[in-house]
Design a protein around this ligand. Sequence first.
Ligand code: ADP
Ligand code: MG
Length: 238
Amino acid sequence: MAKLELQNVKKSYGKLDVIPGISLDIKSGEFVVLVGPSGSGKSTLLRMIAGLEETTGGKIIVDDEDITGQDPALRDLAMVFQTYALYPHMTVEQNMGFALKMRGMDPEEIAHRVADSVEMLGLKGLEKRKPGQLSGGQRQRVAMGRCVVRNPKLFLFDEPLSNLDAKLRAQTRLEVRRLHDRLKATSIFVTHDQVEAMTMADRIALLKDGHLQQIGTPQELYLTPHNVFVATFLGTPE
Ligand code: ADP
Ligand code: MG
């Protein structure tokens, strides 16, 4: 678990001000869903937290340590993307263990972590399969398993369920939330899907044009929206 503070974090591309300045406190163990229309800056914000994109201002603080500008490889976090990018020639367990192997971890410890992760993600029996022999949902689970084995304190999810069909998405939603609870992680989950936000979040942060509109529990946003955008985005109460 980790707590995360964003202090006036900014991003611009030349003259294009994508994120004029966001401040946000995420508590240790929280599951925060970052939601907003396409182009509102959700991915950019996650990528800055992961260190895949430089900030143009502000600070990112994890457990009281300023990680702004820190090498992404040194950040104790894992990011799950919409596309899975698995190694096609490796089996499920090889895909999951690869990053640990590269770090020189003891093979027994790797096997132990991979077995735990396989179990947690419901992939038992599929360990020897290659990505081409798996369904889209199973591939996304392998991608999540690859993050789980690293046991990071912070999870960043960038629309990981968008490529799944509606039924599978509903099911995987619950599984992601259960995984977060079981790992006692802190998570930011990006989506443009209101239902995902309402059903998964401890708190929802709603973004529009790089501006944070409101952050609060699903109930708070639903019952006391701060503006018309929040009300219409999440659906107004009867
Ligand atoms: P979201 O994930 O909410 O759909 P993004 O963070 O991907 O939004 O994008 C936010 C805005 O930043 C968009 O207007 C997008 O065109 C712009 N943007 C993202 N990456 C770049 C880049 N490398 N260069 C210029 N503009 C970019
Ligand atoms: Mg995006």
